[in-house]
Design a protein around this ligand. Structure first.
Ligand SMILES: [Zn+2]
Length: 81
């Protein structure tokens, strides 16, 4: 599985967990502890997802950080798909 697909799956999972955490905060005023740990774990994984050639994070486009991973590295143009 390519780095792009892993990062895309991670982005979707992060979005689902983020929606669960936010809706728990807004509507129930309660968020299960394991969900916060999962969210924090996903954050650590997102930091670890880096271009194999130059080490730039796959969520960075130039100076911006986006929720969707890049298909080509924004620094060295390595194909991540
Ligand atoms: Zn790179």
């Amino acid at each position: 599985m390519s780095l792009y697909r892993v990062a895309l799956g991670h982005a979707l999972l992060s979005a689902v967990v983020g929606i669960l955490v936010l809706s728990g905060l807004l509507f129930l005023a309660y968020v299960p502890g394991w969900l916060l740990f999962a969210w924090f774990g996903l954050l650590l994984v997102s930091i670890a997802l880096r271009c194999p050639a130059c080490g730039r994070n796959v969520y960075r486009r130039g100076m911006w950080v986006t929720p969707v991973p890049v298909k080509r590295c924004s620094k060295c143009d390595e194909d991540l798909t």
